[in-house]
Design a binder for this molecule. Structure first.
Ligand SMILES: Nc1nc2c(ncn2[C@@H]2O[C@H](COP(=O)(O)OP(=O)(O)OP(=O)(O)O)[C@@H](O)[C@H]2O)c(=O)[nH]1
Ligand SMILES: [K+]
Ligand SMILES: [Mg+2]
Length: 367
């Protein structure tokens, strides 16, 4: 039996098993088994299957991936908002590989990746799906691309495919500290009452992964799935925006109800009639939370034309790397003007670990 069949067997058994207090333990074990197979499925493939040209080099300040079913308008969007032309076609599977473009916005260079359309069960290896959803794992932000004129199920289906390769959308890692040890047995500490998983289930899941000694600190009412996520440590937590394209093709009523169903993370656009594209770019920028820093040479005015874009949490050291590879090793101190300066509007003298903020001006002094 192949892995997929084994997984289907387990899924069937889980579906057959009634959910209650008495079966919780059994279900937990089945879930652990399933997660193990899933992890096997995601291991890099043997030589024979590689070389499809999906390894696009990451470039720019962040990477945004478009994921959607065929012909929802991914390539059209890439061609609209970047200088890259990706072939657009009225037929499915026009795009067969990953096409990178560069979004230039507010001084940032954001890589936007156009990808082949995926099909249902993509994550299980249908079509190029697994390759596509695996690329999504490298994204700083995922755009769930939806065709307004087609099934309302698209979003749910895309989420399912991404979940299956270990991507958790718009959520943060569970608040659990897990430390494996060489000896000493299993210690479990909880700071909250657990209502979705019990200690016996936790212990048996650990056993099924052959983990006999570890310290676990649980600070959140986690589910069995979340506990397995922590153990495997392979989950990726990535923010996503839902982009509904082709709104030129639906009635006012449909548009209205879609707007009502959508959350704050839904953007409606039409590439065809150029609607909503500005909002989309603004939302991408906001979501990535990039920080713009200007550099200034001693005695000169800051160079406002060429900011350095950094991820949130960037420090003076990151700024140094952004200027030159070896700058940090000659670093003496820096002066910062702006929000991150304690003495704003006066500058503050800081070291490499200082956190910068958006629109700071930085001068680096070297030894
Ligand atoms: N009405 C309408 N049609 C659009 C819009 N955007 C794209 N299209 C059309 O939708 C079709 C598919 O567009 P593509 O950009 O090739 O779609 P894709 O998602 O890249 O498709 P695959 O690469 O095959 O997965 C083309 O005929 C486009 O002209 C839109 O906003 N409105
Ligand atoms: K197409
Ligand atoms: Mg395409």
């Amino acid at each position: 039996m192949g892995i997929i069949e084994k997984m289907e067997e387990i899924e069937k058994e889980m579906a057959r098993t009634q959910k209650n207090k008495a079966t919780e333990y059994h279900l937990g074990l089945l879930k652990a088994k399933l997660a193990k197979y899933r992890a096997q499925l995601l291991e890099p493939e043997k030589k024979s299957a590689k070389g499809e040209g999906f390894d696009v080099l990451k470039s720019g300040d962040a990477r945004v991936c478009m994921i959607g079913f065929p012909s929802v308008g991914k390539s059209t969007l890439l061609s609209k908002v970047t200088k890259t032309e990706s072939v657009v076609g009225a037929y499915e599977f026009t795009t067969l590989t990953a096409i990178p473009g560069v979004l230039e916005y507010e001084g940032a260079r954001i890589q936007l990746l156009d990808l082949p359309g995926i099909v249902q069960d993509a994550a299980k290896g249908r079509g190029r799906g697994r390759q596509v959803v695996s690329v999504a794992k490298t994204a700083d932000l995922i755009l769930l691309m939806i065709d307004a004129t087609k099934s309302a199920e698209q979003k749910k289906q895309l989420e399912t495919e991404l979940e299956a390769v270990g991507i958790r959308l718009n959520s943060r890692p569970p608040d659990v500290v897990f430390k494996q040890k060489a000896a000493g047995g299993v210690t479990i500490n909880c700071t909250v009452k657990l209502t979705k998983i019990d200690e016996r289930t936790i212990r048996s899941i650990l056993q099924s992964y052959k983990i006999h000694s570890c310290d676990i600190m649980i600070r959140e009412d986690i589910s069995t799935d979340e506990f397995i996520d922590v153990l495997l440590g392979t989950r990726k937590y990535i923010p996503a925006l839902t982009v509904i394209n082709k709104i030129d093709g639906v009635s006012m009523e449909t548009l209205d109800s879609m707007a009502r169903e959508g959350d704050g993370r839904t953007i409606m656009i039409s590439c065809e009639i150029d609607l909503g594209l500005d909002w989309l770019l603004e939302a991408i920028w906001q979501e990535l939370g990039l920080v713009k820093v200007y550099t200034k040479r001693r005695g000169e005015i800051p160079d406002l034309s060429d900011p350095i874009c950094l991820r949130q949490g960037a420090t003076i050291e990151t700024v140094c790397h952004g200027i030159h590879r070896t700058l940090a090793s000659h670093f003496k101190y820096a002066l910062v003007w702006g929000k991150s300066s304690k003495f704003n509007p006066q500058p503050q003298k800081v070291g490499l670990a200082h956190l910068v903020q958006d629109e700071d001006v930085v001068s680096i002094f070297t030894k």
